[in-house]
Write a protein that binds this ligand. Structure first.
Ligand SMILES: CC/C=C\C/C=C/C(=O)SCCNC(=O)CCNC(=O)[C@H](O)C(C)(C)COP(=O)(O)OP(=O)(O)OC[C@H]1O[C@@H](n2cnc3c(N)ncnc32)[C@H](O)[C@@H]1OP(=O)(O)O
Length: 711
């Protein structure tokens, strides 16, 4: 709703009220319409100020309402009516003015903002465009060039940025009342102004369109934003608004907008974690960490040190190898400075001390072990930590898939052990998997989750199983990609299909980037390859492709060696080029194993890679290793490059149709009965049997089925 009050004198104050961010729900829109009418009718009122309750102007249209029928007064005529009134209307902006909130402010005649306010048009991140007149008013106010950047990226800025664009005035006091004097409003109605364009407007629009298409990887909204701005630059306001409306309708009806809005909410749902034990975010107290240690200063350890220091935590960075320590003590401060600069922090808040002595962690409250991915080494470190740390210290491991419970078992307080699985580079990547073992205490999980949040991560609580959630699902995906090579595909063919779907990198380019030896080592530890293991295509009772092992045996470990599935311009090179060696190698391999190459359609490549991964997602939900589909989807969007406009693997399954996924998995499993990952999961079958409920209902269904022991 919106409340009305008269300030002393002649100013009417309209306050938007819809906690927590005063989103423009039907009730708020109705409130605005009613209160503006009231102000117009009151002869004593000469000007109107619109503000938001609790120090927040407005977080935009109410995203929750997008899923239902349109109720209440629509935004576009409401804003237009405000712009048209003959008493001056000012938007007094504190906190946030985002999306429809900023569009409302653009319909007002004046805008004044607190110096700490945050403004922007993030609709593009929700698969939409600023469809309440924002795509037409903003360029008329700040010019086409600046509007293109803001609207196609959805970037948010503080008020000093917008005041430099003459969008508003800034004040540093709390905004309680604003007086607007009685000048002519003609020039204050943005819809009546021409759109300032640079002389080379066509070339600017063409270049922007090319850039946006490249960047958007198949997302529709950024392209529609450019089209709306083309209309603003070339058409009168009314026709521009028609174009805006048409584009918005197309976007609204696209699956992409639904996927992106789902992704917005899943990012928030995962913060409200719960464990099978009943412990959850709202019944578990977290400790506030001010001093931490990181053990092992390889690539991951260095990134973790920087991520911690950026939050203001003092870090003891320990590395027992002198050469590695010397290198890290040079590199890490530079990384910290760079990242602090990127985040516009004047000085990095945390203090880092380097040491080669494990004893130096004795005073910290939390330790993150980030040594080489080797269980015996990690066990050794944990045994040592439990003897040198103060009782009550939280011990965390950055393992990407090893058993947290085994690590906990060698410590004096297994309840204080959790996994904190970061993704490289750890100070940049948004995802953190917080892994709870059967003995991890709610306090340890809550502390790791909160620490992740402080570091700006999307933290997801996951159960302890090989590979946890992300890497466990990656395994069948990689496996299918290798099988496709055996059957006749090339790395480029597979990668092109996945990149066309929207991944920033196909599976083979990604593997080259991460280093092919990572998986090789894991397979050796699992006894799948290595000395003494027979080179067959069936291992441990199931189909196995020795292809990636043989590529490693040839000394091709990916980008770092300049060769892998592709060739690069020397070690560390980044541009992947197809390599004749790989084609010859694949032909020889197929001949050796009596395989006849066939032509494989892009649909089969996509289905086998994605549906194998999705099927494992269902198995994970069934095993209660993730609390709900949103957890899996957030992990894939934030950690594995799953295109956000496809929502995440589980959301995508729902969009494709669960019946269709089941039918295609059955088909592929029938053709490849020796691949257990293609056997449809029981949960998928159960969901199809009850009529394929929407993804938002799965959590409830799973919990019910578990109670009745159907899963
Ligand atoms: C029909 C017209 C079509 C087009 C024109 C207009 C379109 C739009 O305006 S689309 C919406 C544009 N606005 C946004 O994209 C802003 C989204 N919100 C945010 O970025 C952030 O929430 C925030 C910066 C406003 C606040 O951040 P923070 O303080 O970190 O809190 P949370 O993100 O955890 O949010 C708290 C709480 O509020 C819910 N919420 C936030 N924004 C909206 C919204 N616009 N509509 C509905 N709900 C919103 C959010 O989900 C959280 O809810 P829970 O506590 O239940 O999780």
């Amino acid at each position: 709703m919106a409340t009305y009050s008269r300030l002393p004198g002649s100013v009417a104050l309209i306050t938007l009220q819809n906690p927590p961010v005063n989103a423009l729900s039907a009730a708020v829109r109705q409130g605005i319409v009613d209160t503006v009418q009231r102000a117009l009718k009151d002869p004593k009122v000469t000007s109107v100020v619109i503000c938001g309750q609790n120090g927040k102007f407005c977080g935009g249209a109410d995203i929750r309402e997008f899923a239902g029928p349109m109720l209440g007064p629509p935004l576009v005529p409401m804003i237009h009516a405000i712009e048209a009134v003959d008493k001056p209307v000012a938007a007094a902006i504190e906190g946030v003015a985002l999306g429809g909130g900023l569009e409302l402010a653009l319909g007002c005649h004046y805008r004044i903002a607190h110096s700490k306010a945050l403004l922007g048009l993030p609709e593009v991140t929700l698969g939409l465009l600023p469809g309440a007149g924002g795509s037409q008013r903003l360029p008329r106010l700040i010019g086409l060039t600046a509007a293109l950047d803001l609207i196609t990226t959805g970037r948010q800025h503080d008020s000093s940025f917008f005041s430099s664009l003459h969008l508003l005035c800034v004040c540093s006091q709390s905004i309680s009342s604003v007086c607007v004097s009685g000048q002519s409003l003609d020039s204050r109605r943005l819809s009546t102004l021409p759109c300032p364009c640079p002389p080379d407007v066509d070339s600017l629009l063409d270049k922007t369109m090319v850039k946006v298409r490249q960047r958007s990887r198949g997302a529709l909204a950024p392209v529609a934003c450019v089209q709306a701005l083309m209309a603003a630059a070339s058409l009168p306001y009314t026709q521009g608004m028609e174009k805006e409306r048409d584009l918005l309708t197309t976007l609204f009806n696209s699956g992409q907008a639904r996927a992106l809005q789902y992704a917005f909410f899943s990012q928030r749902v995962v913060g409200k974690w719960s464990l099978p034990s009943g412990a959850s975010w709202d019944n578990s107290a977290a400790r506030t960490i001010s001093k931490a240690a990181v053990i092992g200063l390889g690539t991951m350890g260095r990134g973790i040190v920087v991520a911690l220091a950026l939050t203001g935590i003092s870090v003891v960075a320990v590395e027992t190898q002198e050469k590695q320590l010397a290198e890290a003590s040079q590199v890490v401060p530079a990384m910290l400075q760079r990242e602090a600069g990127r985040r516009s922090l004047a000085t990095p808040p945390g203090v880092i001390s380097f040491s080669s002595n494990l004893q130096d962690v004795c005073e910290v409250e939390l330790v993150i072990e980030a040594v080489f991915e080797d269980m015996s080494l990690k066990l050794q470190v944990f045994r040592h930590l439990t003897s040198v740390c103060r009782p009550g210290t939280l011990l965390c491991s950055n393992t990407s898939g090893l058993d947290i419970d085994r690590l906990a078992a060698v410590t004096q307080s297994p309840g204080l052990v959790v996994g904190m699985h970061f993704f490289a580079p750890a100070h940049v990547m948004k995802l953190l998997e917080v892994v709870y073992g059967p003995r991890s205490s709610p306090e340890a999980v809550a502390t790791a989750m909160q620490l992740g949040k402080r570091m700006g991560k999307v933290s997801v609580a996951v159960g302890n199983c090989p590979g946890f959630v992300g890497n466990r699902m990656l395994k069948p995906y990689l496996e299918q990609a290798n099988f496709l090579l055996e059957e006749g595909a090339t790395p480029q063919q597979v990668d092109e299909v996945l990149e066309e779907f929207g991944f920033p990198m196909g599976v083979f380019r990604m593997s080259d980037l991460s280093g092919l030896d990572v998986g090789w080592r894991i397979r050796k530890e699992a006894g799948l390859t290595g000395p003494g293991v027979e080179s067959t295509r069936t291992r441990q009772g199931r189909r196995y492709s020795p292809l990636p092992d043989q590529v490693c045996e040839a000394g091709r470990l990916g980008q770092k060696t300049g060769r892998g599935w592709y060739q690069y311009d020397g070690p560390g090179g980044r541009v992947a080029r197809s390599d004749h060696w790989v084609n010859i190698f694949l032909e020889a391999y197929r001949a050796e194993h009596g395989l006849v190459a066939r032509s494989i359609a892009p649909e089969e490549i996509l289905e086998r890679c994605l549906y194998a991964l999705i099927n494992e997602g269902f198995n994970i939900l069934q095993d209660a290793m993730a609390a709900g589909p949103e957890d899996i989807d957030a992990i894939y969007v934030f950690g594995y490059g799953w295109p956000r406009h496809h929502g995440g693997p589980m959301f995508h399954a729902g969009q494709v149709g669960l019946g269709r996924i089941l039918e295609r998995l059955q088909h592929h499993h029938h053709n490849h009965p020796d691949v257990p990952h293609l056997k449809p999961s029981t949960l998928l079958r159960r969901l199809v049997a009850v009529g394929s409920p929407p993804v938002q209902k799965w959590r409830e269904f799973i919990n019910k089925e578990r109670v009745h022991s159907q899963l």
